[in-house]
Design a protein around this ligand. Structure first.
Ligand SMILES: CC/C=C\C/C=C\C/C=C\C/C=C\C/C=C\C/C=C/C(=O)SCCNC(=O)CCNC(=O)[C@H](O)C(C)(C)COP(=O)(O)OP(=O)(O)OC[C@H]1O[C@@H](n2cnc3c(N)ncnc32)[C@H](O)[C@@H]1OP(=O)(O)O
Ligand SMILES: Cc1cc2nc3c(=O)[nH]c(=O)nc-3n(C[C@H](O)[C@H](O)[C@H](O)COP(=O)(O)OP(=O)(O)OC[C@H]3O[C@@H](n4cnc5c(N)ncnc54)[C@H](O)[C@@H]3O)c2cc1C
Length: 615
């Protein structure tokens, strides 16, 4: 769409007091990465076959999937070319770079997301060198998915019921679904697309259960794509979002796979049925850990999209004068609106930085694990659980806040905010449900509180527990250091309260698990335990309001610095040129309900009623 940039946006950009490009380079971790990112964006977004004539919302569930799968294979080809260096751009700023522009292409989810993001990465991390050499071929016929959750069990994976029983006479595992609740349910790409999967099942050898292990199983014929004998597979139906992802169900009826199809890097089953234990029994859960880490960066990116749309719209939208004799103001001038939006910008930066830090920590800890040192794994797991939980919960709440901040127009699918919300809120549940993950972190914290309470030596990271017990916390100071001290006091105070409740329940004769359950609300909620006073809160509030006013002239610059292209934002409200109303009218004209001047239902249903007495 041609035309001038909205006058208000032009003025906002003139007001900006910092170098927008410089911030973009910081976000990209360097100018070189910005250049590479833009090359990738240009390359992919210029592929004409990836763009639709009919907006995604007007397609049926089946058409959406078929359209998405067409695009997914174009994107897969490009990813392979990038990987092999046939396209000369090889480096990316964060793990989500190439994934992120896909949001614009699919306006939903790439049905090959789990194939690319989880299937290959799990093989790379958990298969033996020989298995990798066989399965990770660039021209492999396998389209895979990650099959863990069952109809009856998602969070409590030890309860998974699918079995893999070793048959030493044939050197095979027999995969079996013993009952309805054991049907696999949810895996992305399983419904129609995948012909193979990594399946999580309970391993049985000679009647002994060795717990959960991962197996590679072919489920459809590579040529005809028909389900193999003994496989019952299908799609689970429409969802709140993720409707192009063909999430599926899967049942096995004594389906046989070779013994060598168990992922054997960390754990082995030998030909004679000997079980060789892993160095750490949670290494099988490694893919969940990696995805939780990756998600933090992705959620930061979703926040930057929502903030870009809502801030640009708020600069263009004029509604109500502040003083009655003045013209209507940009809604961005209302302090309450600034509060809604600037917090979203800030949170995006916070989770971007933390996501990158976690990505690097994961790399470091994985290298240690490779050397046989598992020491850092529990801390990484506790951090990943907590950060995945709060980043997804914050992101979905803030995306919704941005949507509400756009008033009625935020409710239009063409604003793209409903789709961003549906996508973001799913992350609160998948890859470890919010409460369940917070309880994992609580379990870790309580362990160290017990050491502190018993005056046993603590690692340096937990010295603040001891400070709290000895009342060593300094008086609150309104500074970044003061805020960090305040948070330490909150964590210590909250952990103490939960620990005390737990101990009280135990003293009253409860078993540990029951006592834990009774304390679980305390274990997941944070409250104010710091030395902050009422006066401090008032000072913080007024500093916050000053900061909102300081940020106001730079708001549009701050979101421009995210540098998200219009094709990815897909929003009538958030485009760079700010031609909101023109774009809204153009999108409305695409509605199939505008195709006929008089819809045929008028003749069928309306006219017979309204004209009844006149005919
Ligand atoms: C997918 C794309 C990837 C990358 C692409 C990049 C960007 C894309 C951006 C976005 C992606 C978008 C879309 C993806 C869409 C969907 C994908 C979704 C996939 C899935 O959902 S897969 C299924 C995920 N399921 C779960 O997460 C289940 C949650 N439950 C659990 O993890 C476990 O049951 C739980 C709660 C941890 C308990 O386990 P268990 O009962 O076995 O534990 P115990 O109580 O016996 O012991 C706890 C003990 O174990 C330690 N521990 C637990 N987990 C781990 C771990 N992962 N690593 C290390 N250690 C672990 C824990 O600390 C305790 O130790 P302790 O005994 O205290 O010493
Ligand atoms: C969009 C989407 C994509 C997905 N993709 C995949 C995929 O590709 N592969 C795959 O295998 N799975 C996938 N899943 C499944 C997902 O991993 C599970 O839904 C998730 O792990 C939560 O498990 P659940 O559904 O069994 O919830 P439940 O565990 O039944 O949770 C229901 C409620 O019970 C509470 N609860 C459960 N246990 C406890 C506890 N111990 N203490 C306190 N409260 C508890 C929870 O907090 C929650 O409020 C996907 C899910 C979604 C929504």
């Amino acid at each position: 769409m041609g035309g001038r940039v909205n006058e208000d946006l032009i003025k906002e950009r003139r007001k900006c007091t910092f170098d927008i490009k410089e911030l973009t380079h910081i976000i990209d971790c360097g100018e070189e990465n910005t250049i590479k990112r833009k090359q990738i964006d240009n390359y992919i977004l210029n592929i004409k076959e990836l763009w639709d004539d009919v907006p995604e919302e007007y397609l049926s569930h089946k058409e959406r999937y078929e359209n998405a799968i067409k695009k997914a294979f174009i994107v897969l080809k490009v990813l392979r070319q990038l990987h092999t260096g046939n396209i000369q751009i090889t480096d990316h700023r964060t793990p989500t770079n190439v994934y992120s522009i896909q949001d614009g292409i699919f306006r939903n989810v790439n049905p090959l997301l789990i194939h690319i993001g989880l299937f290959w990465s799990t093989i790379a991390a958990q298969a033996s060198t020989e298995q990798q050499a066989e399965w990770l071929q660039p021209d492999s016929s396998m389209i895979g998915t990650y099959v863990q959750t069952e109809l009856g069990h998602g969070s409590f994976i030890r309860g998974i019921e699918t079995t893999a029983t070793y048959d030493s006479t044939t050197d095979e595992f027999i995969l079996h679904t013993p009952r309805l609740s054991a049907y696999k349910w949810w895996p992305g790409g399983l419904g129609n697309t995948a012909n193979a999967c990594l399946v999580m099942a309970q391993l049985y050898i000679n009647g002994t259960c060795h717990g959960l292990h991962i197996f590679l199983a072919q489920i459809r014929d590579f040529d005809t794509h028909k389900p193999l004998p003994g496989i019952k597979v299908g799609e689970i139906g429409p969802k709140m979002g993720f409707n192009t992802a063909d999430n599926g169900f899967l049942g096995f009826d004594n389906h046989r796979i070779p013994r060598t199809n168990m992922l054997m890097k960390n754990v082995q089953v030998l030909r004679d049925g000997t079980y060789v234990k892993p160095k750490h029994d949670k290494l099988t859960y490694g893919s969940m850990l990696l995805t939780r880490v990756t998600l933090i960066s992705d959620l930061a990116y979703q926040l930057s999209k929502a903030a870009t749309i809502a801030v640009r719209y708020s600069a263009v939208r004029r509604q109500s004068p502040i003083k009655s004799n003045e013209p209507e103001r940009q809604i961005l001038d209302f302090v309450s609106q600034q509060h809604k939006l600037f917090i979203t910008i800030a949170s995006s930066h916070v989770y971007r930085v933390v996501g990158l830090w976690m990505w690097n920590s994961h790399k470091r800890v994985t290298a240690d694990i490779h050397e046989g040192n598992m020491g850092q794994l529990p801390e990484l797991h506790a951090l990943a659980c907590c950060l995945k939980a709060i980043s997804s919960r914050d992101a979905s709440a803030l995306v919704e806040q941005c949507r509400l901040a756009c008033g009625g127009h935020g409710y239009m699918m063409a604003s793209n905010l409903p789709q961003i919300y549906a996508y973001t809120t799913a992350a609160v549940t998948y890859e470890g449900e919010y409460t369940v993950l917070l309880l994992q972190t609580a379990r870790y914290l309580v362990k160290f509180w017990r050491l502190a309470a018993e005056h046993k030596p603590l690692p340096q990271n937990f010295a603040y527990f001891e400070d709290y017990i000895k009342k060593n916390f300094e008086q609150w100071r309104n500074s970044p250091e003061g805020i960090i001290e305040g948070f330490k006091a909150i964590v210590a105070g909250k952990t103490k309260a939960a620990y005390d409740t737990l101990q009280c329940n135990l003293r009253n004769g409860r078993e540990f698990e029951e006592a834990w359950n009774m304390a679980s609300v305390q274990l997941t909620n944070a409250s104010e335990y710091s030395t902050i006073s009422r006066n401090d809160i008032e000072a913080l509030q007024s500093r916050y309001e000053e900061l909102l006013a300081l940020i106001r002239p730079n708001a549009v610059g701050l979101v421009d610095a995210f540098d998200i292209r219009d094709e990815v934002l897909c929003s009538t409200l958030g485009a760079y040129d700010g031609r909101v109303y023109e774009r809204m009218m153009e999108e409305a004209s695409k509605s199939p309900l505008n195709e006929d001047v008089v819809n045929e239902s008028f003749h069928k249903y309306i006219r017979p009623v309204t004209m009844k007495n006149k005919l």
